[in-house]
Design a protein around this ligand. Structure first.
Ligand code: IMP
Ligand code: MG
Length: 173
């Protein structure tokens, strides 16, 4: 079976939207510093683009988590790589590539809340609201997309296609 990629959002559209998000975030934080917590691996791509467009002082850190998807699917997460520095007293903005069921982000936010940040917000490039199982408050959404499996701009299919500069839908021939 072979697959091909159909473009859903062009590189220009994605970059233009990230610029708008950066502008809005800069306005909202209003001179206060923001600490970006990038969720690896996919989130790294939007984090870099976004960080360049934020005009308040930016620091950043990376975290990697994996979901436990057992048969009962409790969706608890395991920390694969923890943050390097404390988030105590910081304005934390979690940056994700996509929110699907919401399980990963729900658990990650619970975990980060316990570390006493000054504020905790969430930003995602893509959101698939039709797929939501757990409620998550998302502060900044790049694009709401239909229930399709997408790749590119950090998102993978079996670890491939993260490097595509656009967002595409995987189609099987
Ligand atoms: P959630 O816990 O179901 O919200 O899962 C989110 C994670 O599933 C994302 O961080 C992605 O790694 C992965 N994922 C969900 N949908 C897609 C998709 O369409 N393409 C690639 N990865 C996806
Ligand atoms: Mg992810």
């Amino acid at each position: 079976m072979s697959e091909h990629i159909r473009v859903l959002l062009s590189e220009e559209e994605v970059i233009a939207r990230i610029k708008e998000m950066g502008k809005k975030i800069s306005e909202d934080y209003n001179g206060e510093p923001v600490h970006l917590v990038s969720v690896l691996k996919g989130g790294a791509f939007i984090t870099c683009e976004l960080a360049k467009r934020i005009e308040v002082p930016v620091t950043l850190d990376f975290m990697s988590v994996s979901s436990y998807e057992g048969t009962t699917s409790t969706g608890k997460i395991k920390i694969v790589k923890d943050l390097d520095s404390t988030i105590d007293g910081k304005n934390v903005l979690v940056v994700e590539d996509i929110i699907d069921t919401g399980r990963t982000l729900h658990h990650l936010l619970e975990l980060l809340k316990e570390r006493n940040p000054k504020s905790l917000k969430l930003c995602t490039l893509l959101d698939k609201p039709d797929r939501r199982v757990v409620d998550v408050d998302v502060d900044y959404v790049g694009f709401e997309i239909p229930d399709e499996f997408v790749v590119g701009f950090g998102l993978d299919y079996a670890q491939k296609y993260r490097n595509l500069p656009y967002i595409g839908i995987v189609e099987f021939d």
